[in-house]
Write a protein that binds this ligand. Structure first.
Ligand SMILES: C[S@@+](CC[C@H](N)C(=O)[O-])C[C@H]1O[C@@H](n2cnc3c(N)ncnc32)[C@H](O)[C@@H]1O
Length: 280
């Protein structure tokens, strides 16, 4: 079996496809039903905010935000790729820009934003890329502007198993993901993010940990976890990145067994962290 190879800096380890877009939007809604807000309550809002969503994906967070902030706010999405970004019915105050957020942003964007939002980068960033990413994103903020980062402790995900039910396949599928993430260098300590905010000079840093416990979202969380693991393993397989799985058929067989456990009442459970800090 092939030896694991490290991804290049900033290399994204999920596929970009319609299925992944649908998964991201379902994940967004399931998380929101647990988090309850788009902007952390500490963020002071006004009618002419300029807000960026970095690593915007489909742009779902920006589109939802456009529905709750005045149309006088400017909303900008940045991403390495616009292949998942949905332009259907896009409000006029949302714009998209290509940008790797590990590289310096063009001068026109620096110091211009009231809020920078980042969401779900666990599969995108190597463990040593989080601190440089935070420092780079701070360059976009105006004095007094906020950095908000919403992410999940995917590596700490556990399977809840009802009595008398077999949950070993669902746990095994998660273990493939965890081992694969470590093999490609993407195993962040999300608990360190709050400290990275503080060490980067942000003030009033706050972390809220939100366990995804709303039972109404359990099925969608299961779906999006299974989809995420499948897309990660397929992306890794296609790039010869990890030696954990040999073929698409093997991935599909592992997925089917995990789904079988979930259909008997097992469910994935993990925390979402919301970290916010203000530029002085
Ligand atoms: C897991 S998706 C999350 C998308 C969106 N934030 C959400 O919550 O649904 C990660 C997104 O970040 C983008 N991304 C990954 N690495 C990036 C980088 N270095 N610079 C800019 N975008 C990046 C990917 O292209 C992808 O669209």
């Amino acid at each position: 079996m092939a030896e694991p190879t490290k991804p290049s800096p900033g290399e994204y380890m999920l596929i970009r496809s319609n299925a992944e877009s649908e998964r991201l939007e379902k994940q967004f809604r399931a998380w929101q039903a647990n988090i309850g807000y788009l902007l952390h309550p500490a963020i002071i809002q006004h009618d002419h905010m300029r807000i960026a969503d970095v690593g915007t994906g489909t742009g779902i967070w920006l589109r939802e935000l456009a529905g709750v902030v005045p149309a006088t706010c400017e909303l900008d999405g940045f991403d390495l790729s616009d292949s998942m970004f949905s332009r259907d019915g896009l409000p006029g105050n949302i714009k998209f820009y290509h940008q790797n957020f590990l590289e310096p942003f063009p001068e026109e964007f620096r110091g211009k934003y009231d809020v920078i939002n980042v969401r779900v980068m666990v599969v995108a960033l190597a463990a040593d890329e989080w601190a440089p990413a935070v420092r780079n994103l701070i360059t976009l903020l105006r004095p007094g502007g906020y950095l908000q980062w919403v992410d999940c402790a995917a590596h700490d995900c556990v399977v809840k198993v009802p009595e008398g039910v077999d949950g070993t396949h669902a746990a095994h599928y998660m273990e493939k993901f965890r081992t694969g993430m470590i093999a490609v260098g993407k195993a962040p300590n999300l608990g360190a993010l709050h400290g990275i905010f503080q060490e980067s000079g942000l003030a009033d840093c706050e972390e809220r940990i939100c366990p995804l416990v709303n039972p109404d979202t359990r099925e969608d969380i299961n779906d999006t976890v299974i989809g995420g693991i499948t897309h990660f393993l397929m992306a890794a397989l296609n790039r010869g990145k990890i030696g954990l799985v040999r073929s698409t058929e093997e991935v599909m067989s592992l997925r089917k067994s995990a789904l079988d456990d979930l259909s008997h009442g097992c469910y994935y459970c993990f925390d979402v962290h919301v970290v916010v800090g203000r530029k002085i």
